[in-house]
Design a protein around this ligand. Structure first.
Ligand SMILES: Cc1cc2nc3c(=O)[nH]c(=O)nc-3n(C[C@H](O)[C@H](O)[C@H](O)COP(=O)(O)OP(=O)(O)OC[C@H]3O[C@@H](n4cnc5c(N)ncnc54)[C@H](O)[C@@H]3O)c2cc1C
Length: 485
């Protein structure tokens, strides 16, 4: 965007709110603040690999959206090859055009990131593309991509600078062989052998993408338990399906070194049996992300970082500096786009003197593998540890007419509820469209619903959502469409 377009109308450099960072935490904060009749600028420095500057941050440019675009394409490819015949559809010569697949992905990303500028225009947010640095007294130094620099002032500043991938000392990034998640979304050829360090959300999604296209995928996970943060009944079921798809998931495998040579990478890791080696053509390091605050804060702003580099905030995302707020991946809590969005909206409402709150107990998590994995609330292990008496209800998708019709009957829905007052404490789903199904559970928990509330709610037939209904019924051993155990 030319710098002239970045001038605030009237040339004034003072704002009610300046948001630094235009990812899924920052851009909603800017839009909501503008909806609240405040004068708002949103600064973002993101540049894509082709040098284009865009809004949307990690999520839209290098995370949620491109990964889901590739997951969708590769799932279709896989199903055309492996499942269509079961439906009685003969397709001869299914071929892969990876360049077209990547082009479609880039088109999806472009449409979504371009959409943010349209949303800004409609809401009246002033987009500023370049670097923002908070100075003392809520002044912000803005350095545009063209090198011009000016000082802005604001009544409130929202920091939404996001996160970056963690690099392993034992396997430093070394493109094109050793890459981060963004690199793994950009491969222009299917690696014959792909190594993934980290069996978390990102590692499993990226491993699935390339496995479906034919890579031999080895996933190395340092922890002994698969998806340790998830309900372990759910994790066990997911692991079974992912292994069946050919993902070679090795648990308790701690990577100690990676050597690039001859176009391949030799990865050394230690497991219970001692030192092991695996050679791959590409290695993706997906061991997590760390808060990004480089050149964000002058020394005297009063904003503090914690020992892990997160910006310190209270429950309402206030930093220690007056009228400076921070939201999204750069603050504590799960690194999820929707968590950041809700924080951004909350802060923009609080700034405007309105009510705003984030219910941190009810944040859904979704892993977009096949089957999808989704949950909200407490795991059975957490409820057990709390000492509260509880009951569980499950429903297998094998008993769902819709799942059978879709030929996607893997997995189950599980509900955990309190024995005393029947309140739903957690919902865990592994199965088709679990990421969509979990929305009902989130709503139910947001309203402190009981399993009886769900039991008495009509669910259309035949739908996948009936699995949640039947799991709620099964919690009281009153399921109709499955055997109550
Ligand atoms: C491969 C992958 C898949 C993912 N999939 C999902 C998913 O399916 N669902 C989900 O919820 N989450 C997913 N995530 C996580 C999600 O992307 C993040 O939680 C989310 O992007 C965080 O939003 P944010 O706005 O806090 O930060 P970011 O999206 O990182 O945005 C921060 C922005 O601020 C800019 N910025 C930083 N500092 C400055 C500065 N000083 N001046 C100007 N601009 C600055 C950055 O350039 C960036 O554009 C995924 C992540 C990855 C890597």
């Amino acid at each position: 965007m030319p710098n002239s377009e970045q001038q605030a109308p009237g040339g004034s450099d003072s704002f009610d709110v300046i948001v630094i960072g235009g990812g899924p935490a920052g851009y909603p904060a800017a839009i909501r603040a503008a909806q609240n009749q405040l004068r708002v600028a949103c600064i973002d420095e993101w540049k894509n690999r082709d040098g284009s500057a865009t809004f949307g941050g990690t999520c839209l440019n290098a995370g949620c959206i491109p990964s889901k675009a590739l997951l969708e394409s590769t799932e279709l490819y896989h199903r055309a090859r492996e499942e269509f015949a079961t439906h009685g559809i003969g397709v001869a010569g299914v071929t892969l055009d990876l360049a077209q697949m990547q082009k479609r992905k880039a088109g999806v990303v472009k449409a979504m990131t371009g959409g943010i500028l349209a949303l800004f225009k409609s809401a009246g947010v002033i987009p500023l593309q370049g670097h923002g640095k908070l100075l003392a007294g809520r002044r912000v130094q803005f350095s545009a991509h063209d090198g011009t620099r000016r000082e802005l002032t604001a009544r409130h500043v929202v920091l939404a600078s996001g996160s970056t991938p963690i690099e392993l000392r034992s396997a430093p990034f070394q493109a094109p062989q050793v890459v981060d998640s963004w690199g793994a979304l950009e491969f222009d050829a299917v690696p014959k052998r792909l190594g993934v360090i980290g069996a978390g959300v990102i590692g499993l999604e990226l491993g699935s993408v390339w496995r479906r296209l034919g890579s031999e995928v080895t996933v190395l996970e340092a922890l002994p338990d698969f998806l340790a943060i998830a309900d372990q009944q759910l994790a066990k079921e997911a692991l079974r399906h992912l292994k069946r798809q050919g993902l070679d998931i090795r648990l308790g495998a701690k990577v100690t070194g990676a050597t690039v040579g001859g176009g391949a990478v030799e990865v050394v890791y230690a497991d219970a049996k001692g030192e092991q080696r695996v050679t791959v053509d590409r290695l993706v390091v997906a061991v997590g992300r760390k808060p990004f605050t480089r050149e964000l804060l002058a020394a005297d702003t009063g904003v503090e970082l914690d020992e892990r580099g997160f910006i310190k905030v209270d429950h309402s995302c206030r930093t220690g500096a007056e009228s400076v707020w921070a939201v999204g991946d750069c603050v504590r809590g799960p690194m999820l786009a929707h968590k950041g969005k809700e924080e951004g909206v909350m802060v923009a409402d609080l700034i405007a003197g309105r009510y705003g709150e984030v219910n941190y107990k009810v944040i859904p998590s979704v892993i977009y593998t096949a089957p999808e994995i989704a949950w909200v609330g407490l795991t059975e292990e957490q409820v057990k540890a709390s000492g509260r008496a509880y009951k569980t209800g499950t429903f297998p998708f094998l008993a769902s007419g819709r799942a059978r019709a879709m030929e996607q009957a893997a997995g189950f829905a599980k509900i955990i509820a309190a024995r005393d007052d029947d309140e739903i404490l957690g919902v865990h789903i592994v199965g088709p469209m679990a990421g969509e199904l979990i929305a009902e559970a989130v709503l139910a928990m947001e309203y402190s619903a009981s399993t009886e509330d769900l039991q008495r709610t009509i669910h259309a037939h035949p739908t996948l959502a009936e699995a949640v209904h039947e799991a709620a019924l099964n919690a009281d051993k009153r399921a109709i469409d499955s055997i109550n155990r």
